[in-house]
Write a protein that binds this ligand. Sequence first.
Ligand code: UT7
Length: 330
Amino acid sequence: MALVGCGSAVPAISVSNQQLSERVDTSDEWIRTRTGIGARRICSADEPLTALASRAAQAALEHAGWAAEDLDLILMATSSPDDLFGTAPRVQGAIGARHAVAFDLTAACSGFLFALITAGQYLRSGAMRRALVIGADQLSRWVDWDDRTTCVLFGDGAAAVAVEACPDAQNGLLGFRMHSDGSRNGCLTLAQTDTHTDVLGGVSAQVGGFAPLRMNGQEVYKFAVREVPAVLKELLESTGTPASDLNWLLLHQANQRILDAVADRFAIPHERVLSNLASYGNTSAATIPLMLDEAVKDGRVQPGDLIASSGFGAGLSWGGALLRWAGPQR
Ligand code: UT7
């Protein structure tokens, strides 16, 4: 699989730490020093997730030089769909990718990496040729805006990467690892509420609806700083890659302290660690492709660059992939 294009879209509305401190008992100083976050974007009513993801998808198609009809697959990683039956088909319809099968994949903040790896298997098997992998989340609809321990962390965004089948010599997915630990699911949830309605005498049915996002921040932090280095170590060892060969470390953007701790563990200079937390906060499934798109478009990531990436979050889930960026093949 070769990574040949990318695109992103973020909502126009940006909310600063200072603005949030008018709503909850927090401060710009606390949020910046504990997380590195300076602002986050929030979707407006007239630009829900489908619109954002469709814009990101269009941008990735343009960057790759593809037409929507060229796509065989649209895989959309999201945990905050516009439609629980799937948001990817809406995106497929919006961009006119009429030959593509489109479906969602839910793995929270690991979702994009899991989706990229999944798409890679279809391409490698020869079943498909061209795919768009989207990471998109609108967690602003699920955070409790009165809970200062979570509402300051998350933001909305969407980004997409265009990938295509290629000869082995050009393969851009050099290795991957994926893990889940459901026994620690309670650390980070966006769970169905426990409300029931009487249907008939003696028969009651659950009423659909989800509780706001809840997180045990300290537990998730400890999980991240333990498992992310472990999965990256596995990945580097299994592919025989010294950390000094990496051009970039591209981690899920949850906390600058996590990025710094992982970089230090591998003695990776901080200027090779990609971070856009200051502008967008944690956009869940969107963070990795959003960061990749920014770094490709501003020229930091160049064709041939080797990137170690890791996603981690609810599930609990985590994974890593060793990627080589190819860029548009024109
Ligand atoms: O995307 C999924 C993956 N998610 C993550 O990786 C998140 C991992 N966790 C973290 O990044 C950090 O645990 C947080 C940023 C969420 C929290 O940072 P922390 O250094 O672990 O803070 P804490 O939870 O230990 O809280 C320290 C203090 C507490 O006050 P007391 O009990 O010491 O008086 C909190 O009530 O900070 C307080 N606090 C706040 N104060 C001001 C918590 N949130 C805030 C806030 N503003 N927004």
